[in-house]
Design a protein around this ligand. Structure first.
Ligand code: FAD
Length: 397
C-alpha cells in the first residue's frame, strides 16, 4: 500500500490540507495538483484590494516554493488531474504522470455559473474567479472609463461595484426582489443597498436579462425586461458558482451539485474525501446537506480531513460557518447560517458609523448574527453560537 496523500486542487482548501497534514505529523508523500500554473493564492482580494490596486500579487500568495519544498510537498502546478482509477488507487494527470494514493482529497473548488442568454460570447464580459480574470478587469478599467453593468447582486459583484464606480456609472441588475436575498436579512441587505446608493451605484432588483448587445464583437449594453437597453462599456457577470465535481462523477462517485460526503467529509469510497467549495456535506448548523463557499469552510474542512488522516481527530465535522465581505467602507460579517425564512431582529444600529447588528432566529433559537462595521459583536456571536452548538450536540448524545 502506498503512503501518498494526493490532493486534487491547489486553492485555499488543497494547500491548507497539504500544510496541515505535515503539521499534524503525516510522514508519507503529499502530492498537490493544481490546474492553475502558479503558486496557491487567496481569492478574496481579487474582488477587493487586488482589484483596486492596494494589494499586489505577492500579497495574495498562500505559500512560497521554499515553504512547499521545506514541507516536502510535491507540487504539480499547471497540471490537471484527468482520471481516477479507484480500483488501483491511481490518479492520472494530463501530462502522463500517474500518482498512486493511499488517501485522495478532492479540493477542486467551484467555477462561475454561466448565464445562457444571447450575446454571452461577446468580449467585454468579465467574471472574477482567478488572478487572470481580475487582471483582465483591471485592464478594462485602465483602458477606458464608461458604464459598468453588473449582472447579479451577490457579494462578489457588490464588492467589485465599489471600485468600478470610480471608472464610470455603475448599475447592478438583480433578478430577485432583493440583493443578497438568499444569504442576508432584509435590514442588512437594505443597509448595504443604501451605502451603494450613496456611492452612486444604482441597484435595480426584479430585473430579467433578455440579451447582451454588442458591436463588432464587443459588448455595448444589456437589454432587460420590456426592451429597455442599459448601455455598457463592460459587463461583470456573477450569478453564482457551480462545483467542480466532474472528475468525481467520472470516477463513479455520488455527486449532487457537488461531491457528496458524509459528516467525516468522506465520499462513499473510504479512501476519498472532498473539501471546500466542491463538497456537499451534512451541515449540522443548517440541518441539511449543503455546499458552502467561504475561506472558513475551505480551511476548516482541510484541517479536519488532515486530522482524520493522521488520526489526531476522530469526530465528525461541525465547525461553525462564518463569512465576511468588504464593500468599500462596509465590512459585513456573518456568524452562523440563516435561511431566508428566519426572523431578523436589529439589535444595534449606528448610521453615523455604518454599524448594524442583526440577530437571526429560527423558532426562537439564535442561528446567525449579521454585523456591518461591528467586529466585536461578530467575534462574540461566533463564541456564543459555537458554545450553543456544542451544548446541543452534547444533549443529543
Ligand atoms: P478554489 O479556490 O476554487 O480552488 C480549487 C482549485 O482546484 C482551482 O485552482 C482549480 O483550478 C483547481 N482544479 C479544479 N479541478 C482540477 C483538476 N481536475 N486538476 C487540477 N486542479 C483542479 N470567501 C470568504 O469567506 N470571504 C470573502 O470575502 C471571499 N471573497 C471572494 C472573492 C472572490 C473573487 C472569489 C472568487 C471568492 C471569494 N470567497 C470569499 C470564496 C473563497 O475564496 C472560496 O470559497 C475558497 O477560495 C474556496 O477554496 P477551494 O480551495 O475550495 O476552491
Amino acid at each position: 500500500m502506498h503512503d501518498n496523500v494526493v490532493i486534487i486542487g491547489a486553492g485555499q482548501a488543497g494547500l491548507t490540507a497539504a500544510m496541515s497534514l505535515r503539521e499534524k505529523g503525516w510522514a508519507g508523500g503529499i502530492h498537490l495538483i493544481g490546474a492553475e500554473d502558479r503558486l496557491p493564492y487567496q481569492r478574496p482580494p481579487l474582488s477587493k484590494g487586488y482589484l483596486s490596486g492596494t494589494e499586489a500579487e505577492s500579497d495574495l500568495a498562500l505559500a512560497t516554493d521554499k515553504t512547499l519544498a521545506d514541507q516536502n510537498i510535491d507540487t504539480h502546478f499547471g497540471a490537471t488531474a484527468t482520471n481516477i482509477d479507484r480500483e488501483h488507487q491511481v490518479v492520472a494527470l494530463c501530462n502522463g504522470i500517474q500518482l498512486p494514493y493511499r488517501w485522495l482529497i478532492f479540493a477542486t473548488g467551484s467555477q462561475p455559473r454561466q448565464l445562457n442568454v444571447p450575446g454571452k460570447e461577446l468580449s467585454g464580459i468579465h467574471a472574477v474567479r482567478t488572478i487572470h480574470d481580475a487582471d483582465a478587469l483591471r485592464a478594462s478599467f485602465a483602458e477606458a472609463t464608461g458604464p459598468t453593468i453588473f449582472i447579479g447582486g451577490g457579494f462578489l459583484n457588490l464588492e467589485v461595484a465599489v471600485p468600478a464606480a470610480e471608472h464610470g456609472a455603475v448599475t447592478v441588475l438583480e433578478v430577485a426582489p432583493q440583493i443578497l436575498g438568499r444569504v442576508l436579512s432584509r435590514p442588512a441587505a437594505n443597509a448595504l443597498a443604501q451605502y451603494h446608493a450613496s456611492l452612486g451605484v444604482e441597484i435595480r432588483c426584479g430585473v430579467t436579462i433578455h440579451r447582451i448587445l454588442g458591436d463588432n464583437g464587443k459588448v455595448t449594453g444589456v437589454e432587460i425586461d420590456d426592451g429597455e437597453v442599459v448601455p455598457a462599456q463592460r459587463v461583470v457577470l456573477s450569478v453564482g458558482a457551480v462545483a467542480r465535481d466532474e472528475l468525481a462523477l467520472a470516477a463513479g462517485l455520488e455527486t449532487a451539485g457537488g461531491v457528496v460526503v458524509d459528516e467525516y467529509l468522506r465520499t462513499e469510497d473510504p479512501a476519498i474525501f472532498a473539501i471546500g467549495d466542491c463538497a456537499v456535506f451534512p451541515n449540522t448548523h443548517a440541518g441539511t446537506q449543503m455546499r458552502v463557499e467561504s475561506v472558513q469552510n475551505a480551511t476548516d474542512h482541510a484541517r479536519h480531513v488532515a486530522g482524520l488522516i493522521t488520526k489526531t481527530v476522530d469526530e465528525g465535522y461541525q465547525a461553525l460557518p462564518w463569512f465576511w465581505s468588504v464593500q468599500g467602507e462596509r465590512r459585513l460579517q456573518i456568524a452562523g447560517l440563516a435561511s431566508p425564512e428566519d426572523e431578523a431582529e436589529v439589535v444595534d444600529q449606528d448610521d453615523t458609523k455604518g454599524k448594524l447588528v442583526v440577530e437571526r432566529y429560527r423558532t426562537n433559537r439564535l442561528v446567525a448574527v449579521e454585523t456591518i462595521n461591528a467586529p466585536g459583536p461578530h467575534m462574540k456571536a461566533r463564541r456564543t453560537l459555537s458554545a450553543s452548538a456544542s451544548q446541543q450536540l452534547a444533549a443529543s448524545l
